[in-house]
Ligand binder design. Structure first.
Ligand code: ADP
Ligand code: ZN
Length: 823
């Protein structure tokens, strides 16, 4: 067949189907419409499946045409289910991160749109008459009889009924269909069922002042309505205000309010309304930053900015003003934050300014809420999306601005399945949409800093804190001088705590390790208690009286004797946040402490509660992991203590210096944000390490220059491009074998490419630092290229080899492009 006789074709991503996209013919009867972005019903083997049309054209590869093309059976949607720029973004993600497009779309679409259609059966008039006359009962199976009864009794039967039917119904159904006694139709999965219509009370006019003044209940009733923006669901009113039904009836009769049936959108449960004061008078630096960026907002064009502003310089206010400008121009804004539960203050100020038009997007959204938000965004009722990593894939239309707050944060990198970096995807989304993107941080990633320095991104700097508040004073404590088995608090830190508490200040103590003790060691044989599924030691949690694996969640009782030699006593070594808290209680028995880590914070609500308690000074000291370093603004914190600055320095990764510097400066940045100046004490065994010294000087720019120079020498990113190929499998030898075969393929390809003058580097394979995880063995192979396009085709080249090799059948090969973790 030649292309001209093929007619129009659709490239379709079958949802929850094969990993590659498939071509289908568009039959004449549906030819006129533009199908891109809509779901269609297609034949797939012996079944039918729902697919999303990702492209239309009249070309297909020769082998596809030879294999025969099938027709699209039906069109599901009247219009595209996602915006076109989001579809384009998905296609880019699929190719850049080497991830199948159907699987990218599955991560983007709400689950109710992914479901397959359900066929429902009903009797025809003829069928009903036939069954009622009653054909030969005795020859029928039990299943057939149950089917007939169900058809006669109910309007329709479908899958959920069949599940309960005894054997024999299927053949009988086919028979009835061929007789013309039964017809079938599809019901499409859609967002619809989750819409709730509720009665909403709408205030039309205020009753006379005198009357309101004389009735406290009426006053409360009206205040509640006004606080809800003049309209609120009847259910909420009844729960919150006494005598609400009475007032509704009375005021409606008098014409002061109306009762309307409305579509009601469920909001995320984290939503909370905190009042915020009037907008600030901007500082000169804030003003200059806004001026530098607002041109690109006013007449939107793709332009990336790095907003490099020290902690407490008022970046949030800058975001707010620019988002306001965007919304005023009738466009929408997407604001990404590392973790919603840790960003309640940001959420509160955004909610105060944007109210109903704000959608909050986090990973824990219930699917009904997710459906509602999807509907709200695709219908254009959302002006601002505030959300975590996955919000970069939200279906917001008519974008005018993207902001990535704390852009250096590692939570923007997804480390499983679709391994994407939300900051990089955000930049690409801005490029596709043709809008500005702001990457904000007090400690920008070296990559963004480099782009800012070389002019590829525009660099906007804020050097001062608001109201000229000083940056905190930093003191390094050399822990080598304080030997002793388990020294948690140095005398310097103890003294500082004493002084802080005496002056009515608050303190934060940071340690990036949870639990009580890091590991158990056998006194007799030296064996360390290990997780049976992962190559890591188990951490002791005193509050649980158990040992836990922080990677897979495995837990067991504390062993009495060593399981290896069955003789020695096991003793705990090292310490975590739980131990720090105990130490505090022992040395400062009258001080109220809070602990914030993944163990203590069992749900997001608890975290919000705890942070609020600390903000309102219900406790004096907060101990925590990196959860306490991110973005918080606690004005009464005057002391920050870093219990051990060395933990993240010891990781064997070329980014160890960068992440440690960011962590130390972020945690130090929590001190002295209010009226009183702050101080920071950093405990370390490496007081002269350049990273510790840089943190002490609070000079991130200088640190970056130094670090970039060494990255250039060693030819690491951002000067080169990396991809990690991760081979995992359940058997150690088979996995090792596959990894070395992968290495061979890569080296062969490299030799070939280099003979054409294209430089490349292949490193490994080597066992991953986390050699075993969740019962699977892991090997890393790194590929380095000097240009992104080269890396792209080179990795494609290697993966092609993998798809043909038998040794790879027992393993998985995942590509981690621009890897952040080496584990
Ligand atoms: P950053 O994100 O840069 O660390 P924030 O945006 O959290 O800083 O601002 C720090 C504090 O300063 C917040 O409490 C904020 O409300 C306040 N703030 C912001 N802008 C101003 C201003 N122009 N004048 C006074 N206070 C301000
Ligand atoms: Zn484990």
């Amino acid at each position: 067949m030649t292309p001209s006789t093929l007619g129009p074709l659709a490239l379709c991503a079958v949802l929850r189907g094969p990993s590659n996209c498939l071509h289908y013919r568009i039959p004449d009867r549906i030819r006129a419409t533009n199908l891109v972005g809509r779901r269609v019903l297609v034949p797939l083997g012996y079944r039918e499946a729902v697919a999303l049309v990702v492209d239309v054209g009249d070309q297909a590869p020769a082998e596809v045409i030879r294999g025969g093309l099938k027709d699209i059976r039906a069109v599901v949607d009247d219009e595209a289910v996602l915006p076109m720029d989001l579809l384009a973004l998905c296609r880019w993600i699929s190719s850049y991160y080497f991830h199948p497009l159907p699987s990218v779309l599955e991560a983007v679409l709400p689950s109710s749109l992914l479901a397959h259609p359900r066929r429902r059966y009903r009797l025809t008039a003829e069928g009903r008459a036939g069954l009622l006359q009653g054909a030969q009962q005795e020859t029928k199976t039990l299943g057939a009889r149950v089917l007939e009864e169900a058809l006669l009794e109910r309007e329709e039967v479908g899958l959920e009924d069949f599940e309960t039917f005894p054997k024999g119904w299927k053949a009988h159904l086919k028979r009835l269909e061929s007789l013309g006694w039964v017809t079938s139709a599809y019901t499409w999965p859609s967002l619809e069922p989750s819409v709730k219509r509720v009665r909403v009370i709408v205030l039309k006019e205020d009753p006379p002042e005198k009357r309101v003044a004389s009735s406290p209940h009426l006053r409360r009733f009206l205040a509640f309505l006004r606080d809800s923006g003049g309209a609120c669901p009847f259910g909420d009113l009844r729960r919150q205000v006494p005598q609400a039904p009475y007032w509704v009836k009375k005021l409606a009769a008098e014409g002061f309010l109306t009762v309307e049936e409305r579509e009601f959108l469920r909001e995320s449960p984290m939503a909370q309304d905190l009042a915020s004061g009037p907008p600030y008078e901007l500082t000169p630096e804030q003003k200059a930053a806004i001026e530098a960026m607002e041109g690109a907002v006013r007449s939107p064009c793709f332009k990336p900015f790095v907003l490099y502003g020290v902690t407490g310089s008022g970046k949030t206010e800058i975001y707010l003003r620019l988002v306001e400008k965007t919304v005023a121009l009738g466009r929408t804004a997407l604001v990404l934050v590392p973790e919603i539960a840790l960003s309640t203050q940001v959420e509160a100020v955004f909610r105060a300014r944007f109210g109903e038009s704000l959608a909050v997007w986090h990973s824990g959204l219930a699917s009904g809420v997710r459906d509602d938000q999807w509907r709200k965004m695709t219908s254009g009722r959302t002006a601002v999306v505030l959300g975590v990593r996955s919000a970069v894939l939200s279906p917001i239309r008519n974008l005018g601005l993207i902001i990535v707050d704390e852009e250096h944060d590692s939570s923007y990198k997804q480390e499983e399945r679709l391994r994407y970096h939300a900051r990089d995807v955000a930049v690409m989304r801005a490029r596709i949409a043709g809008v500005p993107v702001i990457l904000g941080s007090a400690t920008p990633s070296l990559q963004s800093f480099h782009h800012g320095r070389t002019g590829r991104y525009a660099l906007v700097t804020l050097l001062k804190r608001v109201e000229d508040r000083p940056l905190p004073h930093i003191q390094i404590v050399d822990m080598r001088r304080h030997r002793g088995p388990f020294r948690v608090l140095s005398p310097e830190l103890q003294k500082a705590l004493d002084e802080t508490l005496e002056n009515d200040g608050q303190a934060m103590l940071f340690l990036n390790r949870r639990g009580f003790a890091s590991f158990f060691l056998c006194r007799a044989c030296g064996a360390v208690l290990q997780c049976p599924h992962c190559a890591v030691s188990l951490t002791y949690h005193q509050s649980l009286e158990r040992v836990l694996c922080h990677y897979c969640g495995h837990e067991e009782a504390v062993p009495g004797v060593c399981p290896t030699c069955t003789k020695g006593i096991m003793i705990p070594f090292g310490f975590g946040t739980e131990r720090v808290e105990e130490e505090l209680r022992r040395q400062f028995p009258h001080v109220k402490t809070l602990r914030v880590d993944r163990d203590a914070m069992t749900c997001p609500a608890k975290l919000v509660q705890t942070l609020d308690a600390f903000r309102s000074r219900k406790a004096h000291v907060m101990v925590g992991t990196q959860m306490i370093t991110k973005g918080h603004d606690f004005p009464h914190v005057t002391l920050v203590g870093v219990i051990n600055a060395d933990t993240s320095l010891q990781i064997s990764d070329f980014r160890a210096g960068e992440t440690t510097a960011q962590l130390l400066m972020q945690v130090a940045g929590r001190a002295g944000r209010g009226e009183k100046p702050g101080r920071v004490i950093i405990q370390t065994y490496n007081p002269h390490h350049y990273v510790i010294q840089a943190a002490a000087a609070m000079d991130y720019g200088h640190f970056c220059e130094h670090e970039l120079a060494s990255r250039r020498t060693l030819q690491y990113p951002p000067f080169t491009r990396l991809a990690r190929l991760l081979v995992t499998g359940p058997q150690e030898t088979a996995t090792a074998h596959a990894a070395s075969e992968l290495g061979r393929i890569a080296r062969e390809a490299k030799a070939d490419w280099e003979s054409r003058g294209i430089p490349l580097a292949v490193l490994g394979p080597a066992p991953a630092p986390l050699h075993k995880l969740k019962k699977r063995f892991r090997y890393n192979l790194y590929v380095k290229a000097w240009r992104a396009e080269v890396l792209q085709s080179f990795v494609e080249n290697i993966l092609d080899g993998v798809s043909h090799g038998a040794v790879f059948e027992a393993v998985r090969v995942a590509v981690d492009r621009d890897p952040v973790s080496s584990l």
